[in-house]
Design a binder for this molecule. Structure first.
Ligand code: NAP
Ligand code: F7E
Length: 342
């Protein structure tokens, strides 16, 4: 009996091929969370990084997976590097998270934002089409494409786009070229239209982390004031760790499609500020906050709130972390960072 079973087990073991995933934007916020999820699912993870004198591995180190990823040098604005990477790796799944993702900077750097966020997607799709057309492709689309669309209500997959920044405009191109390659060439391409999602490794320019980092610094006497722009804007804020699960699920579906990913709740920047200060034990936040025109945008997206019914029904996805839990998680992480430095 044993003699029969051993070879069978060996065959099973060797026939299991590890799936390969390529992630662009691996050193950003979402890249490390997605990489961690895929590593847990036994994927071989490749991460595209730009050439730097000193690349910043802080986020990937924070999640403790820096040594588990194979890094490859390339750039979304360099089509030839993408062609070589796809040709050499032949990934099963490609997650395009790389972008100039800060809306405010996109007004000052509109050309760069367009080159990375629009043309970069075209180049990557072309590389896949030419060298690995069966790879499944995820495009990091965004609620910023809605902009003014359905102001005040919910936005979903049927809401018209009305972007309000060069960032949003560039992402609309990326969205449609992703749809177009699916319709034209039968490629498995999916857009995740993700609403704002945050975490302890969110970039410090974005309002959630700017606030939680500022609160921690104020608490430890390292900063006197927190300078902010429009406190009335509302956003549908979720946790990045939850949202990368939706990305993964989109590429496991039987057919490629586009999905809104959101919590369905929205809160104002002022609510965020109040909650963050309160969690750090500071109740009179107005003493510490200054409104600063430098942080007001030439055109604002006043309100965003998504309806993720399709993702729930078709992918079985739903968010787990609430807004309150998210803010507390981020404040605690920043307090801990400064506590450790003191
Ligand atoms: P992020 O923290 O800003 O990370 C973006 C990453 O893109 C960085 O690692 C950056 O590399 C990389 N990148 C920038 N330009 C590049 C280029 N020319 N070539 C290759 N890589 C480049 O953004 P995120 O919050 O993780 O978001 C991930 C994606 O989702 C982005 O596409 C963003 O636009 C989109 N999105 C984000 C949200 C959100 O709320 N977080 C919502 C909807 C959509 P360096 O590390 O070298 O700078
Ligand atoms: O701003 C207001 C600001 O920069 C949120 C990106 O990940 O999510 C993100 O874009 C709101 C805006 O994110 C400050 O005017 C007030 O109304 O954190 P943010 P964003 O612009 O919503 C989308 C979905 C993406 O796709 C993007 O890549 O907060 N606000 N005062 C401020 N914002 C900032 N950054 N700084 C302030 O001082």
């Amino acid at each position: 009996m044993v003699l029969y079973y051993v070879p069978l087990l060996c065959i099973k073991h060797f026939s299991h091929r590890m799936k390969k995933a390529l992630i662009t934007g691996i050193l950003g916020q979402d890249g490390p969370y997605l990489a961690k999820l895929l590593l847990e699912k036994d994927y071989k993870v490749y991460g595209l990084i730009r050439r730097y004198s000193n690349p910043n591995f802080e986020n990937i180190n924070y999640l403790g997976i820096a040594d588990d990823i194979e890094y490859i040098e390339g750039d979304l604005t360099d089509e030839s590097s993408l062609m070589n990477i796809i040709k050499n790796i032949r990934p099963d799944e490609v997650y395009n998270l790389g972008a100039q993702s800060f809306v405010h900077s996109s007004f000052e750097q509109a050309k760069l934002t367009t080159e990375v966020n629009s043309l970069g997607v075209l180049y990557l799709l072309n590389a896949i089409k030419q060298f690995n057309p069966t790879a499944r492709f995820y495009q990091a689309s965004t609620s910023e494409m809605f902009g003014l669309g359905n102001d005040g209500g919910f936005q979903d997959e049927k809401t018209a786009f009305h972007p309000r920044s060069p960032y949003g405009v560039a992402k609309v191109y990326a969205y449609w070229i992703t749809v177009n390659y699916r319709e034209s060439y039968g490629m498995f391409t999916a857009n995740g239209i993700l609403f704002n999602h945050e975490s302890p490794i969110r970039g410090k320019q974005f309002v959630t982390r700017k606030v939680t980092d500022g609160v921690a610094r104020i608490k430890y006497g390292l900063q006197e004031k927190l300078h902010l722009g429009n406190l009335e804007a509302t956003r549908d804020w979720g946790f990045a760790g939850d949202y990368v699960e939706a990305m993964y699920l989109m590429l496991q579906a039987d057919t490629p499609d586009d999905y809104v990913v959101a919590t369905g709740e929205h809160h104002s920047v002022e609510e965020l500020v109040t909650l963050a200060f309160k969690h750090a034990g500071i109740t009179d936040w107005k003493k510490y906050v200054a409104i600063d025109p430098r942080f007001v945008r030439p055109a604002e997206v006043p309100h965003l709130r998504g309806r993720a019914t399709k993702a729930r029904e078709k992918l079985g996805w739903r968010p787990k972390v609430s807004f309150e839990e998210l803010v507390k998680m981020m404040v605690d992480a920043d307090l801990k960072r400064y506590e450790e430095k003191n």
